[in-house]
Design a protein around this ligand. Structure first.
Ligand code: PLP
Length: 468
């Protein structure tokens, strides 16, 4: 296959993509497969000779789409969305064609400079003040890891990088149990040790309070340990919990401890001014992560980290061997020094396309609709016999359950086997609950209300005949 072949195949792929998206509603959301079903269709060794593209294409159509869970399905209500707006897909096609590696400014000047500008566009869009800079990571996991490593080094006055952690004091980090497991992962990878991530108790709204945070920090200091960082939750994965950001930031500031905020999901909603009270006080944070690849439509991967003092992160993660120097250009930004991996994709282009193709108003309308529809759906689900709301909507996420865990689990299984919608689970104070989050880029009100119809149809195991 050469580039002329690519021209015609790319057109065919574009037609396939349009048909795929146009028929998503006719497909089951979750792949109706048993493990191993796809692998069983693939030869166990690679071909020695070249195969015709026609054969490869036929095999793709035969094996892959039916083996996928359709994340862009308008009735995907599981996890959080990984939205890919059409304009974002177009941008990714262009990035694919250029296939660059934006490791330093010189290797992709447009990628670097657009990344700088897009971070500022997004900063304004979510109402953060001037004075934040930032970068685009692949994932919130890597952004949080970068923040934790930076907080670690700050606490060690940058000695950990050279000397390792063996002789270091015991560093303590603070987060609530509502934060995502990526925080635990970062703490483990950074050599802090899981037991030094203090899970600060939450109040009745599942928020970490300033008072609880202060008590944990003071207790650690008294015990001779070093408080090194606070990670706040702004829209937790389980039930959408928000810590009391302003109070916690004030405590952290007064204790001289830096703050990272995980707003991977809910951060996108902050383009709507009416939701910003949920993270009031966030402008005191040193680092904030927000995933446009979740709710905003700039497809995976696109995770923006805002930083007040990028110098601290660059001092932690940046290395500049001779082969990465750009002669005579000290003032330029080399984004690999802000992140863990050296190689980096041109992720800013899809953000540029999305923000322009829909405008902030277009994106706000979608998010506002999702929040309103989630509330309406919650009311309908709450009215179903035998169903209990476990947590009320936070933005567009709520949970419900039946009277006991076994019945709830069985209902979830029936729902996902049915295929019309896709939901996932969580545990709330030990109770198994079904999560509903509304956020698919192309979903309509009737898609959301189909959740109620489906749950109603499947409530009793014997009444599982779908209504038309
Ligand atoms: N933080 C929150 C609140 C999340 O919901 C998730 C994933 O869903 C993450 C972090 C991790 O995101 P990523 O997949 O970008 O690493």
């Amino acid at each position: 296959m050469d580039h002329e072949d690519l021209r015609s195949w790319a057109k065919r792929a574009a037609d396939w993509a349009a048909d795929y998206h146009g028929t998503l509603r006719d497909r089951p959301v979750r792949a109706p497969l048993v493990p191993g079903a796809v692998a069983a269709q693939l030869p166990s060794s690679p071909p020695e000779g070249a195969e015709p593209m026609e054969t490869i294409w036929d095999d793709f159509q035969r094996i892959v789409p039916g083996g996928m869970t359709h994340w862009q399905h308008p009735r995907f209500f599981a996890y959080f969305p990984a939205n890919a707006a059409p304009a974002s897909m177009l941008a990714e096609q262009l990035v694919n064609a250029m296939a660059c590696n934006a490791l330093i400014w010189q290797t992709s000047p447009a990628a670097t400079e657009m990344e700088q500008v897009m971070v500022q566009w997004l900063r304004q869009a979510v109402g953060l003040p001037e004075g934040y800079f930032g970068t685009i990571h692949d994932s919130a996991t890597n952004a949080t890891l970068s923040a934790v490593l930076t907080m670690r080094e700050r606490a060690l006055d940058w000695h950990g990088l050279d000397e390792g952690m063996a002789g270091a004091p015991i560093l303590r980090f603070y987060a609530s149990a509502e934060t995502h497991s990526s925080v635990d992962k970062a703490i483990r990878i950074a050599g802090i040790g899981q037991r030094n991530l203090v899970k600060v108790p939450v109040d009745e709204t599942r928020a970490m309070t300033g008072a609880a945070l202060r008590a944990a920090i003071v207790a650690d200091r008294t015990a001779g340990m070093v408080p090194a960082g606070v990670i706040l939750c702004a829209g937790g994965t389980s039930v959408g919990a928000f810590d009391r950001i302003a109070d916690c930031v004030a405590v952290a500031r007064s204790e001289g401890v830096p703050v990272h905020v995980d707003a991977a999901w809910a951060g996108s909603a902050m383009i709507c001014p009416e939701f910003r009270s949920l993270w009031a006080g966030v402008e005191g944070a040193d680092s904030i992560v927000l995933n446009p690849h979740k709710w905003l439509g700039a497809q995976f991967d696109c995770s923006v980290q805002f930083l007040k003092d990028p110098g601290a992160q660059v001092r932690t993660l940046g290395l500049r061997p001779t082969y990465l120097e750009t002669a005579g250009r000290e003032e330029i930004v080399n984004f690999n020094e802000w992140t863990v991996p050296l190689g980096r994709r041109f992720r800013a282009l899809k953000l540029w396309f999305v923000l322009r193709a829909y405008g902030l108003e277009g994106l706000r309308t979608r998010i506002r609709n999702h929040v309103v529809w989630a509330r309406e759906l919650h009311d309908r689900i709450a009215a179903l016999p035998g169903v209990e709301i476990v947590t009320e909507p936070r933005l567009s996420l709520f949970t419900f359950a039946l009277k006991d865990d076994a019945a709830t689990e069985a209902l979830l299984q029936r729902i996902n086997d049915d295929g019309r919608i896709y939901l996932t689970q969580t545990r709330v104070d030990g109770r198994f609950a079904i999560r509903v989050q509304v956020g698919s880029f192309d979903c309509r009100r009737e898609d959301v209300m189909l959740v109620q119809t489906t749950v109603q149809d499947l409530l009793a195991p014997c009444s599982s005949v779908p209504s038309a």
